[in-house]
Design a protein around this ligand. Structure first.
Ligand code: NAD
Length: 252
């Protein structure tokens, strides 16, 4: 798919990886529907899209809300007249051990920490994927969906909620590749390793230092390196149903 003038929706595009993807795809001529819950951050992303020589529009939407997602994707199709791509990128962390014993006291991951990550990182991906596919079909647009999974999908300590959601979205990409091919829609996932964004900046410095030493590439990844992989998946018409690992060689 040639990205020139194509319409690509990106969730969580207010900062971090989503913003980098928006600017990278805009520099290849794509028009961007910026989806996030932070208006100020979306305005900054739109400014960078315009500086990259393209245009876009922002949509305030909580990806975990069915009604907001339905309204948003209908509005995108009405505003642009097409929808060619979706990057399911919005995500949150609520890390913690499932069960922890300290000084004889047992603590546990709360149901609300479990549920909030599942709501945004898994249900949000399902809802946006479903509504994007409907609008791609309605507008007869050639389409490609990219779910952002994680190296944690194989099971990372302290991330019961996050690992389960990220394994789920990798699997959804395979299901959708099979179900949606008849409508000329492809689906893939990307599993990033540790990338320098606001999300990883929130981790403990000693943990980041420890992880960086384990990465064969010898450093954390840069947001543009994930954006580049998104562009590749969007552009290559024979890529479907696969999970692309972009992690500098790290295995958890
Ligand atoms: N940074 C990494 O090392 C890394 C590694 C693997 C996977 N990932 C995944 O990549 C994606 C982006 O990560 P990031 O590092 O850019 O994170 P980030 O925290 O910097 O940005 C996440 C964005 O998502 C938005 N968002 C959060 N909840 C939302 C909701 N309910 N609805 C709509 N938008 C919402 C936030 O406002 C923010 O703009 C996430 O899915 C994350 O799990 C990141």
């Amino acid at each position: 798919m040639n990205l020139q003038d194509k319409v690509i929706a990106i969730t969580g595009a207010g900062q971090g990886l989503g913003r980098a993807m928006a600017v990278f795809l805009a520099s290849r001529g794509a028009r961007i529907a910026v989806i996030d819950i932070n208006d100020e951050h979306m305005a900054e992303t739109l400014g960078q899209i315009e500086a990259a020589g393209s245009s876009g529009k922002s949509y305030r939407c909580n990806v975990a809300s069915e009604s907001e997602v339905e309204t948003t994707f209908k509005a995108i199709a009405d505003d642009f007249g097409a929808l060619n791509g979706l990057v399911n990128n919005a995500g949150i962390l609520r890390d913690g051990l499932m069960v922890k014993v300290k000084d004889g006291e047992v603590s546990k991951m709360s149901l609300s920490h479990w549920q909030s990550v599942i709501d945004v990182n898994l249900t949000g991906v399902f809802l946006c994927g479903r509504e994007a596919a409907i609008q791609m079909i309605n507008t007869q647009s050639e389409g490609c969906i990219v779910n952002i999974s994680s190296i944690s999908r194989t099971g990372n300590m302290g991330q019961s909620n996050y690992s389960a959601a990220k394994a789920g979205v990798a699997s959804l990409a395979v299901v959708w590749a099979k179900e949606l091919a008849r409508y000329k829609i492809r689906a893939n996932a990307i599993a990033p390793g540790f990338i320098a964004t606001e999300m990883t900046a929130g981790m403990k410095p000693e943990a980041l230092d420890h992880i960086s030493k384990m990465i064969p590439a010898g450093r954390m990844g840069q947001p543009d390196e994930i954006a580049h992989a998104v562009a590749f998946l969007m552009e290559n018409d024979y890529m479907s149903g696969r999970v692309v690992e972009v992690d500098g060689g790290l295995r958890l």
